[in-house]
Write a protein that binds this ligand. Structure first.
Ligand code: MTE
Length: 306
């Protein structure tokens, strides 16, 4: 298993990206196929391994990942979060888990993370605006965390909330969105082994602009589903309404699956510009994760449930 706890990493471990890429080669020779072993997707491990190997050669630079961001709590420009997110205090941090579960509670981040084994997952990341990246996340499967709270049979959905504090997040003083930022997943999407809670990128702890200390990553969905700086996880029976649905339900649906066949009213979704590249690439159905997740949407009209 490639398990590195970001907390245990020192800066000099990973300051140089070329060193990092070199280390990835080394990991490969050790057998990177272990990346998804232990998950319930045993049958897809080979696919997953091949994909990780391919994506390793397409990694977006650390600089681009940490300076080209969407985090409206710190401004609506792409460079605003890197400039402004230093006002967010990520320690101490606590997360409340409640709703339809047998073991709700409020947890200090350290206690929440202590039993979780952090590992690296290299995922494609596709923004609905038409740009994309390849990001080496550090994180753990959301499902493994959620099971600890023993969701009841009524827990059909999971809802997440970002911190609400306009002093730390000055963008919340403007009503560009309804605050706090909220998102939701169907429980089977949340429990899927590809769905992560991320704590780091390139082996380092998340920077504030990327959603420190804890953010969601759902690689087959548009980037806006990956809610940042999470303080609340709530199990519920009814489908929740996300921030972007509240802002514009015609443009943003609940599912938000990457789908080149369903255009956003203002943007075609057929192609994407990988940050750092000039020529556009074709966008892949479910962002290239169809083998693993298409079954979640069997029989659903994805034009209707966009
Ligand atoms: N989470 C919060 N709380 N606030 C935001 O504005 N933006 C979303 C998502 N999560 C956002 C958020 C959008 S639109 C995208 S594309 C991704 O974060 C961007 O993640 P990145 O900046 O790490 O690339």
């Amino acid at each position: 298993m490639i398990i590195r706890k970001p907390q245990a990493l020192k800066d000099h471990d990973v300051t140089d990206e070329s060193l990092y890429r070199g280390r990835r080669k080394f990991i490969k020779t050790m057998g990177a196929g272990s990346i998804l072993l232990g998950s319930s997707l045993a049958g897809n491990v080979l696919n997953a391994k091949a994909r990780q190997d391919d994506l390793k050669n397409e990694l977006t630079s650390y600089k681009d990942i940490t300076t080209y961001n969407n985090f409206y709590e710190f401004g609506t420009g792409k460079s605003d979060p890197a400039k402004n997110a230093h006002t967010l205090k990520t320690s101490p941090w606590s997360v409340t888990v409640d709703g339809e579960c047998a073991k709700p509670g409020s947890f200090a981040l350290e206690d929440l993370l202590k039993p979780m084994q952090t590992e690296e997952r290299i995922y494609r990341f596709r923004c609905v605006e038409g740009w994309s990246m390849v990001i080496p996340w550090m994180g753990f499967e959301l499902g493994k965390l959620l099971k600890r709270f023993e969701p009841t049979s009524k827990a059909k959905y999971v809802y997440f909330e970002t911190l609400l504090d306009p002093e730390q997040m000055p963008g919340q003083k403007r009503s560009v969105l309804e605050w706090p930022y909220v998102e939701g997943l169907r429980i089977d999407e949340a429990m899927h082994p590809l769905t992560l809670l991320a704590t780091g990128i390139y082996g380092k702890d998340l920077l504030n602009q990327n959603g420190a200390p804890l953010r969601l990553v759902v690689p087959w969905k548009y980037g806006f589903k990956s809610i940042k700086s999470i303080v609340k996880i709530h199990f519920l029976e009814e489908q929740p309404i996300s921030s972007w649905q509240k802002a514009n339900a015609v443009e943003y649906g609940f599912y938000s699956n990457v789908n080149p066949n369903v255009d956003h009213p203002r943007w075609s979704q057929k192609r994407e510009r990988r940050i750092g590249e000039f020529r556009k690439r074709k966008t892949l159905f479910l962002n290239g994760y169809a083998d693993e997740v298409a079954a979640l949407y069997k029989g659903m009209d994805l034009k209707k449930y966009y």
